[in-house]
Design a protein around this ligand. Structure first.
Ligand code: ASP
Ligand code: MG
Length: 423
């Protein structure tokens, strides 16, 4: 008998039928002899609809009230799920994030978990009940206000509870059968991975694979919680995220874990920056003050005749206008020529721990892109990742070409997208 934490995404509980189907799975896990804790997201697109509603009432919803509003979505699904489980003859008790002991800092909209005190959850389990917890929310230690953890944050709630309860596994249920070598909507022959390391999954999540919240993977790695990503629409085994198995290290291991892509970034180029000490610092200090997270940064050698250089970087599209306005104010101070803004870009990343010990991966990747007629605009690498920026219209071709070049295609189509949202 073990402790199992199960998280169900919004597409798994999109309607009453979904709630009943999930309730049956929960009861099955309980009848198999486990203590079961469930974390649930808001039904279907509820969170988006609530945000729309708030924006119809006021152009800038106050963050405290927006959090209060959004957490209502998860309260609806947790209560309905507890009722559905009850109807199957098992006691279930629902808890808000606050009641479950999820303590956060006080940053509304993207609060960080600072402690988990699941006394009430433990008591419910001890009394034989199934605990159902509202995902993506907590309570601020300082202000005692209700907070949310950021979009997609229910994954992090689940892993945090799994760590606090010393669970044996954290199962994350969505509408796909696990982690695939590429997005099956772009590459229908993408292959499901049986296992993937935390390290590789972290890179995949950071590079736009939407299957898991980045912070959830960081949390799972820190506390060594094995995650099983699987579909709530099938009984298939999904993908295990855990440390690599020592014994299997020299067995036939894939060099490349997968190809991820991301269409959420934009590129800014500062043209004609004087090539002298301190100019880059000035530009990036100004951007740092806005709190914008930059991704890739590239600076060219300056042209000998002019001693001017160009600096390009990528950032979330949503922050593009703020960054452009901030930089425009620096024009005379730094003395650059102009600013270019391009949001028709996409990032394609090749990820795999095997890159460390296999030379030639970069050449093979770039050759594949060239054969597909894809032009590379920027490049960045880490120990286990190569990312390129390409024109947005070529993202799908680039992903497919890389996937084929590294022989990741399955012989037959394995991927089924049951709900369509991938959550
Ligand atoms: N319901 C929230 C969202 O849509 C949290 C989650 O789904 O994890 O972002
Ligand atoms: Mg959701």
């Amino acid at each position: 008998m073990g402790v199992v934490v199960q998280k169900y995404g919004g597409s798994s509980v999109a309607d009453a039928e979904g709630v009943k189907r999930v309730a049956q799975r929960i009861v099955d896990a309980k009848r198999a002899g486990n203590d079961v804790v469930v974390v649930v997201s808001a039904m279907g697109d509820t969170t988006d609809e609530l945000i729309d509603l708030a924006e119809q009432v006021t152009p800038l919803p106050p963050p405290r009230e927006l959090d209060m509003l959004l957490t209502a979505g998860e309260r609806i699904s947790m209560a309905l799920l507890a009722m559905a489980v009850g109807n199957l003859g098992h006691e279930a008790r629902s808890f808000t994030g606050s009641q479950a002991g999820v303590i956060t800092d006080s940053v509304h909209g993207k609060a960080k978990i600072i402690d988990v005190t699941p006394g009430r959850i433990q008591r419910a389990l001890d009394e034989g009940a199934i605990a159902i917890v509202a995902g993506f929310q907590g309570v601020s230690q300082d202000t005692k206000d209700i907070t949310t953890l950021g979009r997609g944050g229910s994954d992090t709630t689940a892993v945090a509870l799994a760590a606090a309860l010393e669970a044996d596994v954290c199962e994350i249920y969505s509408d796909v059968d696990g982690v695939f070598t590429a997005d099956p909507r772009i590459v229908p022959t993408a292959r499901r991975r049986d296992r993937i390391s935390y390290e590789e999954m972290l890179e995949m999540a950071a590079c736009g694979a939407k299957i898991l919240h980045l912070r959830c993977v960081e949390y799972a790695r820190r506390y060594q919680i094995p995650i099983h990503v699987r579909s709530s629409f099938s009984k298939l085994t999904g993908t295990w995220i855990a440390e690599p198995e020592q014994e299997s290290e020299d067995m036939e291991q894939a060099i490349i874990a997968g190809v991820a892509h991301d269409r959420s970034e934009a590129k800014i180029t500062v043209v004609g920056v004087p090539d002298k000490v301190g100019e880059a610092a000035r530009i990036f200090e100004a951007l740092a003050e806005t709190g914008i997270n930059l991704d890739m940064i590239v600076q060219n050698v300056s042209a000998a005749a002019t001693n001017l250089t160009d600096i390009s970087f990528t950032l979330p599209r949503a922050d593009g206008q703020t960054a452009m306005a901030t930089l425009a104010k620096l024009k005379t101070v730094v003395g650059f020529d102009s600013l270019l803004y391009d949001d028709q870009i996409g990032k394609v990343s090749l990820i795999g721990a095997g890159m460390r010990s296999h030379p030639g991966i970069t050449a093979k990747f770039f050759t594949a892109l060239a054969s597909a007629g894809v032009n590379i605009e920027m490049i960045s690498t880490s120990e286990i990742r190569i990312s390129v920026i390409v024109d947005e219209s070529q993202v799908n071709d680039a992903v497919a070409a890389a996937h084929a070049a590294f022989e990741l295609d399955a012989d037959q189509v394995e991927a089924v997208v049951y709900g369509g949202t991938g959550r």
